[in-house]
Design a protein around this ligand. Structure first.
Ligand SMILES: O=c1c(-c2ccc(O)cc2)coc2cc(O[C@@H]3O[C@H](CO)[C@@H](O)[C@H](O)[C@H]3O)cc(O)c12
Ligand SMILES: O=c1ccn([C@@H]2O[C@H](COP(=O)(O)OP(=O)(O)O)[C@@H](O)[C@H]2O)c(=O)[nH]1
Length: 533
């Protein structure tokens, strides 16, 4: 049952706690906005280094203490502001895990009367210790999972040893999980493979998946219709609440002017939109690998050759690595931009939401980051999957075998993705019967996404159900996706006045955060030697 805004008592206050990176803060803020629209009071807690970056940014709203009605508060991660957090990710995550809980707990005791003013904490996956803070203070805790539930299912199985996974001695083990297609090594998230060099993530996720009971709900940036089988298969394990897609409102309706709430890390080259305006409908190949991946020189070369050979217009985002590596990774072949001035555009960062919703875009060659994928699904554009690490290989499998809205680039016998293969896939996604079919399915999924997020849709209902549960409202407790493990009793609802959630004035919804997370280039991409271990 929808609770009318006016009747919602002020004490229904939730605190969101996010790791300080764009891909984590944005879905959290969008969830916050939806909770706000259901009558909750919402505050977002970030680490102080984020405030520092905000203050250093030159934009008007930098340093704002609220964004679009969501209050923003800060706690220390235990490191000095000028400490180079990218130097050693293991150390950073460990320090955050040690001082974060102490400082967040102090903040809650201080600002929210020992936590009595909060009905729920919501954390995202890089700060799982928030659940311990919540339990210590007697507050229910939810997780916002920001990748597909398919990845959640795979990690749960891996860390709880429910299935056999590839090992050094047996690298080709195939994995079959309920609700998912059979997965080979190339379809699994890189963190579960024996080749994974990132200990920090391993430690973080193993602790977390072995103690899922600490979270009363697992909200997810996905929607039921998108991942029906895997969501249903997980419903015994925990109370899933698919509340996505948590993308800008502009992607969820055709009406212009939908407001977004989100942070922007990099300045985009908006002139590419005027260039798109001059291109024919459904003619442009969009290419981007997100904010973290830096491609090896050889892969840059094959994309460049393929794009040139297709003779089709293209928009390629090539984000310069902060510290250019000696081996030419991330760099365009010499002279490329001059050769293609009449054919395409290369930009360092683009306004991706506007690009994907532009009628000139035909397809997206993507690294399969989950945020990009959801944005593309909401735009109804077919994809060409070029996954690199983390969740991306599995996301690529979802694109081809589950959602059926794109193709995946295949490696040759030598393990290379050739320019011929890229060119072939671009043609296949753009012309012919297969292209038609992919476009049709992509269009259907776009409608399903909009319906799920719209009033009365599955995600809207899941959010309402969650709100009813945390506020002790009269929602249906049996739940659509598994019963609530119910930790939301009357005694957790308190009657004191809320803390300072300021009303947003002026331009409003975009918390401008041009914080260059160059860090990212250090921690991720294959093809480069990670500087952390
Ligand atoms: O910010 C980070 C850091 C980081 C940065 C700075 C620092 O000092 C410490 C840690 C490490 O790994 C990440 C990995 C991410 O994966 C990305 O997360 C998306 C959403 O989960 C996925 O869908 C994408 O495929 C995936 O590339 C996204 C991130 O924002 C990060
Ligand atoms: O030129 C670009 C490339 C990416 N993005 C945004 O950056 C985010 C990338 O997130 P994703 O999960 O796809 O990948 P990651 O960067 O975390 O690898 C998405 O919201 C994109 O819309 C953008 O605004 N401009």
């Amino acid at each position: 049952m929808a609770l009318p805004l006016v009747d919602m008592p002020e004490e229904n206050h939730v605190l969101l706690v996010s790791f300080s990176s764009q891909g984590h803060i944005n879905p959290m803020l969008r969830l916050g906005k939806r909770l706000l629209s259901k009558g909750l009071h919402v505050t977002l807690a970030l680490t102080e280094v984020t405030r520092d970056r905000m203050l250093k940014s030159s934009t008007e709203s930098a340093g704002a203490s609220s964004v679009s009605g969501i209050g923003v508060v800060f706690f220390s991660d235990g490191l000095s502001l000028d400490y180079d957090r990218k130097a050693n990710l293991d150390f950073y995550i460990e320090t955050l895990g040690k001082y974060g809980p102490v400082n967040l707990s102090a903040l809650i005791r201080d600002r929210y009367h020992g936590g009595k003013k909060l009905v729920c904490l919501i954390a995202n996956p890089f700060v799982p210790w928030v659940a311990d803070v919540a339990s210590e203070l007697g507050i229910p805790c939810a997780l916002l999972w920001i990748q597909p539930y398919a990845i959640f299912a795979i990690y749960d199985s891996f860390y709880n040893k429910r299935n056999r996974f590839p090992t050094v001695d047996d690298p080709d083990v195939r994995v079959h999980l309920p609700g998912l297609p059979l997965m080979t090594t190339q379809d699994l998230p890189s963190f579960v493979l024996p080749t994974n060099p990132f200990n920090a993530f391993m430690k973080l996720f193993s602790g977390f998946f072995q103690h899922l009971e600490k979270f009363q709900w697992v909200l997810g940036n996905s929607f039921h219709e998108l991942e029906r089988d895997v969501v249903d298969s997980l419903s015994e394990l925990c109370s899933l609440r698919p509340v996505g897609p948590l993308v800008p409102m502009a992607l969820l309706s055709d009406e212009q002017g939908g407001q977004d709430v989100g942070v922007e890390m990099w300045k985009s080259e908006d002139s590419c939109i005027e260039w798109l305006d001059r291109q024919a409908p459904r003619s442009v190949v969009y290419v981007s690998f997100g904010s973290i991946v830096v491609l090896p020189a050889k892969q840059m070369e094959s994309i460049a050759v393929a794009l040139k050979n297709t003779k089709r217009p293209f928009l390629w985002v090539v984000k310069p690595p902060e510290k250019p590596p000696a081996d030419g990774a991330g760099e365009l072949p010499l002279g490329f931009t001059d050769e293609v001035t009449d054919q395409g555009r290369v930009v360092t960062w683009c306004p991706q939401i506007k690009v994907l919703s532009h009628p000139a875009i035909a397809c997206f060659v993507t690294h399969c980051g989950w945020n990009s994928m959801l944005e593309t699904i909401c735009s109804g554009i077919p994809m060409i999957a070029y996954p690199q690490w983390s969740d991306q290989p599995t996301n690529a499998k979802l694109i081809t075998d589950v959602f059926k809205i794109g193709l995946r680039l295949n490696k040759d016998e030598g393990g290379t993705i050739t320019s011929d293969e890229i060119e072939r896939c671009i043609e296949e996604v753009m012309v012919g019967a297969r292209a038609e079919e992919l476009r049709k399915t992509a269009d259907e999924l776009k409608r399903a996404a909009r319906e799920a997020a719209g009033p009365g849709g599955s995600s809207d209902r899941a959010i309402q159900q969650f709100v009813d549960e945390v506020t002790g409202g009269d929602g249906d407790d049996s739940g659509e996706y598994g019963a609530s493990k119910g930790n939301c009793h009357e005694d957790q609802i308190h009657d004191e006045k809320k803390v300072d959630v300021e009303e947003e004035g002026g331009e409003g919804d975009r918390l401008s955060l041009h914080m260059v997370m160059d860090d990212a280039t250090e921690v991720g991409p294959p093809g480069r030697t990670p500087s952390i271990d």
